[in-house]
Every structure is written in structure tokens, then in C-alpha cells.
Ligand binder design. Structure first.
Ligand code: MLT
Length: 271
């Protein structure tokens, strides 16, 4: 995927994979990254461009070296940046996919500007706001980040991000995740933690979601376990569910072929 940027007063950065001219154009697939990663986590989804999709993966504000970006005050700021990006690129609507924190941003976009959403892909995410014990864990993470830096946060998070199958046989995935996490500027990670802590409960939105929706979850996800996705799936009328075997929380990176197969089938038959 190619790194690009566009100026709308300030720089919006994103990765892009264009559909080949020989294939019928299907539309735009906007993939929103998780915490505390960056758009490069979507590189395994580049092959979807071959099926006619323009794949855009925005760098959420401050991530991937955006040191001059203004800080975020809420998840809605990230959603507003997605609107600015789509407007700047003259994209009328997109299938919006988000993994984990990316899903929180997708819910915010649905709440604020649903007309931009042609379809939704909600991967390894949850609609609920943070529970009290999660808020406490995030406060501790902020302390760890300030005292010891991004590597300490990465080391604390990594064991929960990938599933047992990945731990047993794919050391390249945790290594790549660590590389991405360590490269995240501390200010961006702090902003994302504060934004996630303040996010509202999106559960009341779910019954109003009427676009084609795919819920995806790694079978071995312990952060947003399959039961959370089963419940999410049950609350969105007509949604599809894909449970990815051999994957934990980072289902798109741990089992890219199975993830892409589920996404491609959804894009082909439902959108
Ligand atoms: C993520 O992968 O984006 C995180 O698990 C989100 C979170 O900490 O809630």
C-alpha cells in the first residue's frame, strides 16, 4: 500500500491500494486501525484492491509520525478526520471497517455522519463504553507510558493481542505488532487512551444500523471474546458474522487469508 497525504488545512495521512484498471470498480473500503498501532496493520488486506476496491487506511491523528497533529479530545475527532479525508478525496461513501479501537471510530462515524457509510465491518470490537476495571487499567497504562515509554506499553499489551495459535507458530505477527506499537508517538497513544476512556456507549445505536454489516471476530480473541461479537451481531438487523479460526484479537494479521476471504464474500454478496 502506498503512503499518501492530502492537505485540508493540515495534513491527513493514509495508505492506499488502488484497484487495477482492468477490474470493475466496486467502491471504497476504508479501514480504521486499532490501538496503539497505525494504518500499516492493514497491509495484509491490500489484495482486496484486486477485486475492484479502492482500499484506504487512514493514519489516525498523531499516529505514524504525525507529531505536528493537534491532540484529539474524543473518538469523535477521529471520526471527523475520516469525514475530512473522504470529502478531500471526493469519496461519497465507503464500506467502513474498523478493528477494535477502529470499530469505536466506526460507531462514532455512524452516529455523526451515517451518510458516508455504505457498509460496516466491525472486527474484534465492542459497542459498550469502558467498564470501571477497564478505566482503571487504562489509567495504569498511562502511568506506564509516561514512566517507561511505548516499549513498556507494547510489552504489556502484546500477550493479549494475539491468540494461542499465533503464539505457538507465528512469531512474525507479535514482532510486527511490537514494531508498530513502539513506533507510535507517546502523545498519540495518550490521546487515544483518553479518547477511548471518554467514549460513549454505542449500544443504543445498534438497532438503527440498516446498512450491510459484517461482524468479525478471532475465535481465540480474549480482549473482545466471541461472545461479545455474537451479542453485537444479534443486535444489528441482518448482520453477518464471521468467526476466524486460529486468530486472536488481531484477526486480520493473524489469519489474513481467512479474514480476507470473509471480507471479500461480504463485499461481493452483501454490499
Ligand atoms: C485495540 O486493539 O484497538 C484495543 O484493544 C482497543 C482497546 O484498548 O479498547
Amino acid at each position: 500500500m502506498r503512503a499518501r497525504e492530502i492537505r485540508v488545512g493540515r495534513r491527513l495521512r493514509y495508505l492506499e491500494a488502488e484497484a487495477p484498471a482492468s477490474v470493475r470498480a466496486r467502491g471504497t473500503l476504508l479501514l480504521v486501525h486499532g490501538f496503539p498501532l497505525n494504518a500499516r496493520m492493514w497491509e495484509p488486506q491490500e489484495p482486496l484492491a484486486e477485486r475492484g476496491w479502492r482500499v484506504l487506511a487512514p493514519q489516525l491523528r498523531g499516529f505514524d509520525g504525525g507529531v505536528d497533529d493537534p491532540p484529539v479530545s474524543s473518538i469523535d475527532d477521529y471520526a471527523g478526520d475520516l469525514v475530512d479525508l473522504l470529502d478531500a478525496l471526493h469519496v461519497e461513501d465507503a464500506v467502513v471497517g474498523g478493528l477494535s479501537m477502529g470499530g469505536y471510530v466506526a460507531f462514532a462515524l455512524w452516529r455523526l455522519a451515517p451518510r458516508y457509510i455504505r457498509g460496516l465491518v466491525l472486527a474484534d470490537t465492542r459497542p459498550q463504553a469502558d467498564a470501571p476495571e477497564v478505566l482503571e487499567a487504562r489509567r495504569q497504562m498511562l502511568g506506564r507510558l509516561r514512566e517507561f515509554g511505548p516499549a513498556a506499553v507494547a510489552d504489556a499489551l502484546l500477550p493479549a493481542l494475539v491468540g494461542a495459535t499465533t503464539k505457538a507458530g507465528r512469531s512474525d505477527v507479535p514482532a510486527r505488532l511490537r514494531e508498530l506499537m513502539v513506533s507510535s508517538p507517546p502523545a498519540a497513544t495518550e490521546g487515544a487512551i483518553a479518547a477511548m476512556m471518554a467514549r460513549p456507549d454505542s449500544t443504543p445505536l445498534l438497532s438503527a444500523i440498516h446498512c450491510p454489516t459484517l461482524v468479525v471476530v478471532g475465535e481465540e480473541d480474549t480482549l473482545t471474546p466471541p461472545a461479545v461479537s455474537l451479542d453485537l451481531h444479534a443486535r444489528i438487523a441482518g448482520a453477518e458474522l464471521a468467526v476466524i479460526p486460529g486468530a486472536g484479537h488481531m484477526s486480520n494479521l493473524e489469519q489474513p487469508a481467512l479474514f480476507n476471504q470473509a471480507l471479500a464474500a461480504f463485499l461481493e454478496h452483501r454490499v
